[in-house]
Write a protein that binds this ligand. Structure first.
Ligand code: 2E4
Ligand code: SF4
Length: 323
């Protein structure tokens, strides 16, 4: 026996790591990022992007390094460079201004957000006043409200707002929603509206998208069985923030939103036997893998992947980029 052999490492604590299915990128995010990448390939740098293409710090930093320039408004872009509109959608005035300046623009609005825009226009044309359920100040809400003239849409954020809402005149009503809301909160708001305005269509006709619904469903299961749930995503990502809330409501003792493994406070793991890991629709898979690796470096991790909805949705790129 070698008397100089180092002592064996202290036994690492066993921990179950459960990965949610589905998690991370959705079809709309994948398409939006590809639009920026292909635009840089085709037109060279710089390509301007109005608003963060998706709400993820790592995605934005990577595209910046490739030659994307992120701006808040169109007036920060020169006329002679391409500009991409973010996945969240834009008010009608934005493409109108780009057209009047003869700019080359690419619209990365998720087709499922565009569908809400079209529906809103249809209701308006039919003379209906629209109740939009969503979060004030979020770019998707600004974009949807900006499809129609001022006063055509009323924003409702909470059940209390739904109780207070007053129908303008005797206009018939319709509703639309942001695509990334909490499924359960929205059901509560719609219940109030339906009680007050029985002529409204059934609550299951909301516009929360497949990716939001599936990720919330998956994190609910994690929350029921895990002490701690980690959600990879950026602070300004609405759908990611909702996953934290859903996990807590489902029974997790603690749930946290982290941009990446470096933001994990390992004190959160005290007394944790099972940790759930998921990611918002705008968070890249390598960040999730790196988070699992970081957990496995500290604990005797037994990693399993939950069964869940299989997603097969894909969206076509704008023709300008495929021709
Ligand atoms: C467009 C619509 O809306 P949210 O803040 O969740 O956006 P994020 O960029 O995090 O996710 C992608 C996305 C984009 C979701 N819905
Ligand atoms: Fe589109 Fe839904 Fe993804 Fe938003 S979360 S980009 S609406 S697929």
């Amino acid at each position: 026996m070698n008397v100089h052999a180092p002592p064996p490492p202290p036994e690492r604590r066993r921990i179950a790591v459960r990965l949610a299915t589905p998690r991370g990128f959705c079809a709309g995010v994948d398409r939006a990022i590809q639009i920026v990448e292909r635009a840089i390939e085709k037109y060279g740098a710089p390509v301007y992007v109005r608003h963060e293409i998706v709400h993820n710090r790592h995605v934005v930093e990577r595209l910046k390094a490739m030659g994307a320039v992120f701006v808040k408004e169109l007036d920060e872009c020169p006329d002679d460079r391409p500009v991409v509109f973010s996945a969240h959608g834009v008010p009608k005035s934005v493409p109108a201004t780009a057209r009047s300046r003869e700019m080359l623009f690419l619209d990365a609005t998720c087709p499922l957000v565009s569908k809400v825009h079209v529906e809103a226009e249809r209701h308006h044309a039919a003379g209906r006043h629209i109740i939009l359920i969503g979060h004030a100040g979020h770019p998707e809400v600004i974009g949807t409200m900006g499809q129609l003239p001022d006063g055509a849409i009323s924003l409702v954020e909470t059940e209390a707002d739904a109780e207070r809402f007053e129908r303008p005149g005797d206009q018939p009503l319709a509703y639309a929603t942001q695509t990334t809301l909490s499924v359960d909160d929205t059901a509560g708001i719609l219940k109030v509206l339906k009680r007050r305005f029985p002529e409204l269509p059934d609550p299951h006709k909301e516009d929360i998208c497949y990716a939001t619904t599936n990720r919330q469903e998956a994190v609910k299961t994690l929350g029921q069985g895990c002490d701690l749930v980690l959600v990879v995503g950026s602070k300004n990502s609405s759908n990611s923030a909702r996953l934290v809330e859903v996990a807590m409501r489902a029974g997790a003792r603690d749930a946290r939103l982290v941009d990446d493994a470096s933001q994990v406070d390992w004190a959160w793991f005290e007394g944790v036997d099972a940790v759930g890991v998921t990611a918002g629709a705008s968070a890249p898979e390598p960040l999730i893998a790196a988070l699992v690796d970081a957990i496995a470096a500290r604990f005797d991790a037994v990693v399993t992947e939950d069964a869940g909805a299989r997603e097969t949705v894909t969206f076509k790129l704008p023709r300008l980029l495929t021709a």
